[in-house]
Write a protein that binds this ligand. Sequence first.
Ligand code: 5AD
Ligand code: FES
Length: 351
Amino acid sequence: MEREEILHWLKERDEARLEDLWARADAVRAAHVGPEVHFRGLIEISNHCIRQCQYCGISAGAVGIRRYRMSEAEILACAEEAKAYGYGTVVLQGGEDPGLTEAFITELVVRIKERTGLAVTLSLGEREEHELRAWKAAGADRYLLRFESSDAELYRRIHPSRPGALPDRIALLKRLGDLGYEVGSGIMVGIPGQTWDILARDLEVFRELDLDMIGIGPFIPSERTPLGGALAEELRLQAGDQQVPNDELTTLKTVALARLICPEANLPSTTALATIDPEQGRELGLCRGANIVMPNMTPPEYRILYEIYPGKACIQETAGMCRACLSGRIHRIGRIPGKGTGSRLAALKKA
Ligand code: 5AD
Ligand code: FES
């Protein structure tokens, strides 16, 4: 799909014409990844973070929140629960937390593999090469790191780099692929300063990176962050009438286009989408291109502390409630829970 066509669809507002986009995305989803919806059990293992992402409610600058780091025993118990529920994957996600040491994660991955055999996805920020290597060798299968924006200037504004480090997540994503990880990335839709051209380019970058998984959710402003205040005003002003809205329709158009552009990728129907539309968000994502859900498995006492944006869906629920909720929603739209790990690379090898 050419840039012009991407832009045309992103800006389309006519509901009748959009039916065509939804139908095409759903047909491509059915043809390439089938009716299965794979469950990835999400364990939010630490809310410590040394970075200053200007949109994120648990960044280093977010004051007044209690910080936690789960113990190995607590994380293993969640992984075993995921296994018991029949999920194929656990996702270990956290802030960029040096307290999650190379040795701690290595040991953890080995133990999870021994006890559950599940696929293990890591989502721990921009880590050092030797750490990423050690974790891969320990048995980690996948790594998630959203590039957030393909526009270098916007990325720089919303994402101050570490002193001395180059702000290049895209290079890191390529590195992760070379190390043998299945690689997931993604973006937020409607970040202040994001123009239609930037969003269209993001979609092209998904294709160029040949991503295995692509997470797309709406930007949700958090008052404890600069992008919930003055910085947002400034960036929106700069984008002017080219500013992308952070609404549900634009998010769904982006998901549908990602499916058309990357037919075999794994696409989650995200928690952020469920947050802005608690009634129908998950289902609409799944019916317009998505084939993955990420039920939250974080123990309740920690879950409420992992508030990367306000009103985050599932913050009051338990792992069992999220499982029942998602199973019901999937069943009601006529889809089936996936079996196995739902790996894109394995699926490609089979084909
Ligand atoms: N609104 C929506 N999504 C957010 N994320 C972080 N902060 C926000 C926010 N305010 C997303 C980022 C990150 C992922 C873990 O959560 O894209 O990569
Ligand atoms: Fe958690 Fe619906 S997925 S309550």
